[in-house]
Design a protein around this ligand. Sequence first.
Ligand SMILES: Nc1ncnc2c1ncn2[C@@H]1O[C@H](COP(=O)(O)OP(=O)(O)O)[C@@H](O)[C@H]1O
Ligand SMILES: [Mg+2]
Length: 356
Amino acid sequence: MTDAPAAPPAVRARGLTKRFGQRAAVDDLDLDVAEGTVYGLLGPNGAGKTTFMRMLFGLVGADAGTLEVFGRTWAHDGVATLAPVAGFIESPRFYPYLTGRANLRLLATLDRVDRRGDDADARIGGVLDTVDLLDRADEKVSGYSYGMRQRLGVAAALLREPRLLVLDEPANGLDPAGIRDMRALVTRLARSGLTVLLSSHDMDEVEQICDHVTIMSKGRVAFTGSLHRLRALAPAPTHLITTSDDLAALRVLSKAASRLDDVSVTTTHGALALRGPQAAIDRCVITLADAGVAVRTLVPGTSPLEAVFFSLTEPEDVVPTHSHQPEPGAAMSTRTSTAPKAAGAPAAAATSRSPR
Ligand SMILES: Nc1ncnc2c1ncn2[C@@H]1O[C@H](COP(=O)(O)OP(=O)(O)O)[C@@H](O)[C@H]1O
Ligand SMILES: [Mg+2]
């Protein structure tokens, strides 16, 4: 799936670099987004995701390298480069005292939707329906939840009938229901054939909705390829267990080592960390039970994909399974959140041609 398609890709970056002072926010980036894919740009805070997207929208210029959108470049084609692209950076903005529909009407006028021979009102109704806001369209945006505003942002982008939808951390800051709705929306749009480029700091999210991913770390590409290829790099999953007698459990597992040779067992204070394929973990549990040692809790540690994400973006930090100190008998989880929320991210202009 890494073969270059015959048609120009939706996005092609080569050696793309953007510096702020001494620091390269985007550093010699190569990236190809094939048309028709849902492409995830994944990285911790400060990795350069927003800067890349701002370059895509022509909001900041590159210091070096090239960036093509469906074969067009800013240097050669100017603003026409943006014609097939819509989306938003960080959060879309709207007039809060107007309804969702009225905001879209304004944008449709600015975008001359009617000039394309479309009936603007019908089109507005259509995009509101797509993002599941039709029943709330005639309420003021000030009464919308954050998730509804994000979806209205997607509706605004869709008004332009883009071939490429660019979304910068669309699920960031949403509550679980908002995240679910946003994921469902992106998946629906992707099925309709739209190319989607979205950024995220959440491996889970990218795994659920993207087919290709570029992992960025400190402005550079740490991985690029299909989710399938990324999974192949992932270590075996880790499980943490607590038992009725951890020392006995360790002895039993060591004695059975020849039958369990695809599992590594390490101790942490109050728990055992088992790393290996699921079937081997199952054999461990059965072996312990046969030996009279009861397994009290068994919980997955850091997911394999998260582990590979950490190892690519924080190479010096070991995935924290071994140092974890669970409370005996309590359910525990070593899942660490991938990054803090984007608190210090610089504000960028809304690019869906929204007001303000
Ligand atoms: N306008 C700016 N001025 C100075 N530094 C910036 C600016 N925009 C971004 N940066 C820096 O560039 C790096 C990448 O930031 P950003 O692209 O926002 O990352 P991400 O979106 O992945 O969190 C960070 O170190 C950030 O502080
Ligand atoms: Mg960002």
